[in-house]
Design a binder for this molecule. Structure first.
Ligand SMILES: C[S@@+](CC[C@H](N)C(=O)[O-])C[C@H]1O[C@@H](n2cnc3c(N)ncnc32)[C@H](O)[C@@H]1O
Length: 279
């Protein structure tokens, strides 16, 4: 692919999703967009590129963005955030209850659902022991309609189940379904509202949250976009709320809005919050 064609894809992805496409990832254009090109009846990527030079249909642009996203995820991914949720965040809210005993959580790049379902199962366990009578409202969003449909279904293969789900949770919260799949129980599904949301869009309508998970998505953005998303997310977070980032992500050198909660890898709080000041 020549540089001018590559630039078309790079600029479109940056503008529509924030994803940064570098030259060394140019091969992804061919491998991921061939099926899109076929679906739309174009002869090859060259023909698709020609359409993008004009005014392409919105649905085609969506298909391209979806195909270029990386949806890699797993149950209880990296474990530490879930340990921090259990040992640091939940005890804090137990001591500092929310109005109506309702905890609001936003999972900002939910992919196929393993992350919000992990949060929901953990909260269910903790509620039984430490937060009796509490309600949990989890809003799980993603830019990919297709991956959100999978997430809503809550059906997982044996391979997906084996990646991180403790056997006790499998027994308690899943049932066996046809085709060797496992389906998550309705009461866990009912804790989550799945909806489309692009992190580049205005966030105000999403409401306020006590906890935000924004893991393993900012790594695909450039510095100004990371800063912008972090700072706009901070406006949605209660002043004493918690912000989770992925293992390879940090606020250091990007924004002063958040700081790392001492001794809690991947867990952040607003710089002026008591979690930081008291440390
Ligand atoms: C690698 S997955 C991370 C999933 C999960 N948070 C985790 O840590 O396992 C990244 C997700 O971010 C989504 N994504 C990419 N760009 C986005 C954007 N601009 N707005 C919302 N979601 C986006 C992708 O569709 C993908 O599902």
């Amino acid at each position: 692919m020549n540089i001018a064609d590559f630039d078309i894809y790079r600029d479109l992805l940056k503008a529509k999703s924030g994803l940064t496409l570098t030259q060394d990832k140019a091969y992804l254009i061919e491998s991921r967009l061939n099926p899109v090109s076929k679906k739309w009846g174009y002869e090859n990527i060259g023909a698709l590129t020609k359409i993008l030079r004009g005014v392409p249909p919105k649905e085609l642009v969506n298909d391209i963005v979806e195909a270029m996203t990386t949806n890699e995820t797993s149950f209880f991914r990296d474990n530490t955030p879930f340990e921090n949720l259990k040992s640091k965040v939940i005890p804090y809210f137990k001591q500092n209850p929310r109005p109506n005993k309702t905890l609001r959580i936003w999972c900002a790049a939910a992919s196929s659902g393993q992350e919000p379902y992990s949060i929901a199962m953990l909260l269910k366990e903790e509620a039984a022991m430490h937060l009796p009578g509490w309600k949990f409202q989890i809003t799980a969003t993603d830019i990919s309609h297709e991956i959100l449909e999978q997430a809503k279904e809550g059906l997982y293969t044996q391979f997906e189940i084996q990646r991180g789900l403790p056997i006790t949770y499998l027994m308690k919260y899943f049932k066996q379904m046809p085709d060797n799949k496992w389906g998550i129980n309705q009461d866990i599904k009912d804790m989550i509202t799945f909806k489309y949301f692009n992190l580049l869009d205005n966030m105000v309508m999403l409401g306020k949250y006590d906890i935000i998970f924004c893991r393993n998505v900012l790594i695909y953005f450039d510095q100004p976009t990371k800063k912008d998303v972090m700072e706009r997310s901070a406006n949605l977070l209660e002043d004493d709320g918690f912000y989770f980032l992925g293992g390879a992500e940090t606020v250091l050198g990007i924004t002063n809005t958040f700081q790392n909660v001492p001794n809690c890898r991947g867990l952040y709080a607003k710089s002026k919050s008591q979690h930081i000041v008291a440390a």
